[in-house]
Design a protein around this ligand. Structure first.
Ligand code: CTP
Ligand code: MG
Length: 975
């Protein structure tokens, strides 16, 4: 949790280890016993979270450090400090190290190191620049002795290699400096510093305890060579480029099979792609206008990932359109694809290798309909398997893509291709073709399982996810590592320490980024494998192939399918072990596994009724009193008058404050804030002031009128001022240009009127989300608006029969016959995004007089509020395919995420995504990053589990709502 959110007095409650490290205090060099004691006291369980604070040591420098830092009497101190300096990529330190490697003269090296440590970074830099080429170190200044070349070594003798002692990279055995003169504690310290370098794969980070001189010598060798200057220079920062821009109105692209075949095509089928593009008015008729036509997998996130792109030559016609056609082949592997119309590649690029070509154009003038490619014959199957296997085996190609390809084949394989029915197809003998398919399938599956095994979560991953809202952080640095590091830094000069801390910080950030990427990749691999398992289990032809080709792998796939943990999106490494690991790391581990039975009235009826009774008890307290609207209206009027008096729109223009959100949409409870929006009083009048400017003026006006806690957020997507009304203490906000919020408030209000269960559910869900700490967009969780959209989408799709229709899809004339003369709903420009337009039309039952009909239809569903709530929690806990589907109350049906990825560049990640009913390109849940998505989903699972427990009499059914809405423990009790 960020430090800013810590409760007051948290510093005083810190554990001793945390206080110590925050101080960045120079530690007295401890002996081995003392360090052991420190380690025992350290709470190792919490170590992963603490480096966040540790990295701030730079600001907390110990003023007494300086005089001590210069005391480099002991050679061991010099070595420690030099090791830390080397890690900053200091060129002089690198040169000294190189010189040591050449001359193997330890005495000279120690002196060089001592001298370097006494210099400032700029002096060292100047010295390196002055040095003649090839000369690693300049001659020492007068007064500092140096061993003459070839003089005998002053310190120690080369130690004999210890049988079995691990050698890290560095000078060969025998050439390392001996430390037999060092006290044992310092020798161990040197070992630890050495271990902070980059140990070769397979060698643990924690340093081995010194067993004899040779180990110590080897460790010292690693200390100076663990971070050699040969590291590649940091890559220049990549300039951010937008992934692509859709300009969908500019053109059209479509495809046809030459034989006119409709529907899915076979792999490698011939295709004719035709396109047209509107050109500028000043382009001459008959002139050339070329484009590039790219074939992409549906939802491919950039235009650089075309499977194949071809140049399309077009001619401008009198209609102002350039037209052309290109011949294509469908891809070899099954799947869903689209064609995109792009700017042409500059001439001469196509001959160049792919890596040297410039990025594809970011303009997409048109996207075709979906092209489905499915396996129809035995030859197709063999081709598809070959393509996937090639992709799985060739280095540098996307394994993930191959796993997905295989899953598509397994999902769509027709029953006629089941192995037992394979006969003579395409000129090959059925049995030999069947054999080849089996071989390829076996090889593919082995690769898939290898890939899965590579990405199984280890104990570290588990530890870092102990709390879902925490990110992996320095998990492999132990308490002792950190102390050693601090000690190494403490003997450096101030400037060098700053450089060392910066270098460490950079490495730490790089490590965290890598860890996150690995995590993301693991999640993707696991999701692809899950899809593959589901495909083999769901398609009987594929299942038969699997069992006949690879019975052993079929058994393993079945086994891993049962160990799928939906919250973590992972398979567990081993049955009992995996579950045991999970139990150790999560408080309520058993709530994360998918319930084995579908809910039924017989089993759950009792719990549903109890939940229903509980809702009937709490709802009257949640619904607003009569005073609710009266009080809010008074505040609105007062604020409106205040803003008009202050002339916030300028030039005497009058404004009206309109209420939106829960104070107007019939989902408001006592204690909700009052959301208001500035609207010019005369609709034709528009202020010359920009929205942020009006926002600032509103803030000033409110401040001078005595409003409390005024916060002006003029850079937000919708500029807004937050404040507390001084008379009533009510939390309010005023946004300056928010017509879409006014409109969606009307939509929500219309839904609320259709059936009492809509409001009932929304009130309970809002209460639950607030009390469980998952209703705060500023903390990365979902807004109340988001939860209400989830409730609406649920009531449209899950109850049987559905309770709500989509008011945006329902005809405006319903229940009367459609009026053929009515023009189609108008699209208007988006209020603050000129490149888009929006459709604000919906069927408003109040205006059309259809409320009674809608109520009658909703009433055909007899499910109780208790049952609906139980199904709601279960639906969002277990049934929603978050990776592939979007919650969309606009459509009242499932909306594939791939479509949103294709049209609006939404990421295809496993997070909850909610389409805004009017701004369809806007994901209301975009604030949810993966850990918060997990947190929210965990709460759905918890609630669902509690209801299941109530049904099984493990929890008192009368108290189940109280348990579901149980307040979170205060932070100190969490860990
Ligand atoms: N809104 C929006 N887009 C969002 C979030 C909110 O348009 N991403 C608008 C909606 O009109 C919503 C209003 O802002 O009704 C207020 O949002 P929110 O505070 O989340 O919902 P309320 O219904 O006001 O809930 P609460 O009772 O918690 O204030
Ligand atoms: Mg609100």
């Amino acid at each position: 949790m960020p430090a800013a959110q810590e409760p007051k007095g948290a510093a005083a409650d810190k554990k001793p280890s945390q206080r110590r490290r925050r101080g960045g205090k120079k530690h007295p060099k401890p002996d081995g016993d003392q360090r052991r004691r420190e380690k025992q006291e350290a709470p190792t369980e919490e170590a992963p979270q603490e480096p966040v604070q540790r990295s701030r040591g730079r600001r907390n420098r110990n003023p007494q450090k300086e005089p001590e830092a210069k005391k480099l009497e002991e050679d061991s101190d010099v070595l420690l400090a030099f090791g830390a300096l080397l890690k900053t990529n200091d060129p002089a330190a690198a040169a000294a190290h190189a010189a040591y490697e050449r001359h193997e003269d330890q005495a000279r090296f120690i002196e060089d190191a001592r001298r370097l440590l006494a210099m400032s970074p700029s002096e060292r830099k100047a010295m390196v620049q002055r040095a003649p080429p090839g000369m690693a170190m300049p001659p020492p200044p007068p007064g500092i002795g140096r061993s003459p070349p070839g003089s005998p070594r002053r310190v120690g003798a080369p130690a004999a290699p210890h049988p079995g002692s691990p050698r890290r990279n560095g000078p060969p055995p025998g050439l390392v400096p001996s430390v037999d003169h060092l006290p044992p504690g310092l020798a161990a310290l040197a070992l630890e510093v050495a271990a902070e370098g980059n140990p070769p794969p397979g060698i643990s980070r924690s340093p081995p305890k010194p067993t004899d001189d040779d180990d110590v010598a080897a460790a010292l060798s690693a200390l100076i060579s663990g971070n050699t200057p040969e590291e590649p220079p940091p890559k220049p920062k990549k300039k951010w480029e937008p992934p692509r821009v859709h300009v969908r109105r500019g053109g059209r692209v479509s495809f046809t099979a030459p034989d006119g075949q409709k529907g899915p095509l076979r792999p490698r089928a011939r295709l004719d792609v035709s396109w047209e593009l509107r050109v500028d008015e000043d382009v001459e008729v008959g002139s050339r206008r070329d484009v590039s036509v790219g074939l992409f997998r549906v939802g491919a996130p950039t235009n650089d990932a075309a499977i194949v792109a071809k140049q399309g030559k077009g001619t401008v016609e009198e209609t102002g359109l350039a037209r052309g056609a290109v011949a294509f082949f469908a891809p070899r592997a099954a799947g869903a694809f689209v064609f995109r119309l792009l700017d042409p590649e500059p001439p001469g690029q196509q001959q160049k290798p792919k890596s040297e070509r410039p990025k594809a154009s970011s303009n997409v003038y048109a996207t075709s309909d979906k092209l489905d490619v499915v396996v129809r014959t035995h030859d197709d199957l063999l081709d598809s398997l070959k393509a996937s296997l090639q992709q799985l085996e060739e280095p540098g190609r996307s394994r993930l893509g191959a796993l997905q390809q295989l899953a598509v084949v397994a999902e769509t394989l027709p029953a006629s291709l089941a192995p037992k029915r394979l006969t003579h197809v395409g000129g090959r003998s059925g049995s030999s073709a069947e054999k080849k398919c089996r071989e390829k399938l076996r090889a593919c599956l082995a690769r898939c399982l290898d890939e899965l095994a590579k990405n199984v979560p280890g104990p570290l991953t588990l530890a870092t996810r102990r709390r879902a809202d925490e990110l992996p952080f320095d998990v492999d640095e132990t308490e002792e590592d950190a102390l050693t590091r601090e000690r190494a830094w403490s003997v450096l000069s101030e400037e060098d320490e700053v450089a060392a801390r910066d270098a460490f910080e950079q490495q730490r950030v790089a490590k965290i980024k890598k860890q996150r990427n690995d995590d993301r990749r693991a999640r993707d691999v696991h999701a692809a494998c899950r899809r593959l398992c589901a495909a083999f289990n769901g398609n009987s032809a594929s299942r038969q192939w699997l069992e006949s080709a690879a019975p052993e792998q079929a058994r393993r796939l079945d086994d891993v399918s049962t160990r799928w943990d939906a919250l973590l999106e992972e398979f567990w490494p081993g049955g009992a072990d995996g579950v045991a690991a999970l139990r150790r790391h999560y408080d309520r581990a058993d709530s994360f596994f998918r319930p084995t039975h579908q809910p039924s009235a017989q089993q759950h009826g009792f719990a549903w009724r109890a939940l229903d009774d509980a809702c009937a008890r709490v709802l009257p307290q949640l619904f607003p009193s009569e005073n609710f609207f009266k009080r809010r209206e008074e505040v609105r009027r007062r604020v409106e008058a205040c803003l008009n008096n202050a002339d916030v729109l300028g030039n005497g223009r009058r404004l009206v404050l309109r209420v939106f959100g829960s104070s107007a949409n019939l989902f408001g409870a006592e204690g909700a804030d009052l959301d208001m929006c500035v609207v010019p009083a005369a609709s034709e009048e528009d202020t010359e002031l920009s929205s942020p400017e009006v926002c600032r003026r509103v803030g000033e006006a409110l401040e001078s009128a005595g409003a409390k806690n005024v916060q002006v957020r003029d850079t937000a997507r919708v500029p807004i001022v937050l404040f507390a009304d001084p008379q009533t203490g009510l939390d309010c906000d005023v946004s300056t240009h928010n017509p879409l919020a006014l409109r969606n408030t009307e939509l929500l209000r219309a839904y609320a009127k259709i059936d009492g269960r809509v409001r009932g559910m929304a009130y309970v869900i809002k209460k639950w989300a607030k009390i469980r700490g998952i209703n705060s967009p500023s903390d990365g969780t979902l807004s109340s608006y988001g939860y209400i959209l989830c409730v609406l989408a649920f009531l449209q799709t899950v109850p049987n029969p559905p309770i709500l229709p989509s008011l945006q899809r329902l005809d405006l004339d319903w229940p009367n016959p459609k009026n053929p003369d009515r023009p189609p709903p108008e699209r208007v420009p988006h209020p603050f995004d000129a490149s888009r337009d929006v459709c604000l039309s919906f069927h408003d039952p109040d205006k059309t007089g259809s409320l009674a009909d809608l109520r009658e239809i909703a009433g055909r569903n007899r499910q109780s509020l208790g049952e609906l709530l139980a199904l709601f929690f279960r639906h969002y806990a277990w049934d929603v395919d978050y990776r592939n589907l979007v919650v969309a109350p606009r459509t009242a049906c499932v909306l594939p995420k791939a479509n949103k990825a294709e049209l609006d560049c939404w990421p295809q990640n496993p997070h909850l995504a909610i389409e805004d009913p009017f701004e369809t390109h806007y994901d209301v849940a975009h604030v949810l990053k993966y850990p918060k998505h997990q947190l929210v989903r965990k709460e759905f699972m918890r609630a669902s589990k509690l209801i299941d427990d109530a049904a099984a009499q493990r929890v008192d059914p009368d108290l189940v709502l109280d348990y579901i809405c149980e307040p979170l423990p205060v932070p100190d009790q969490v860990m």
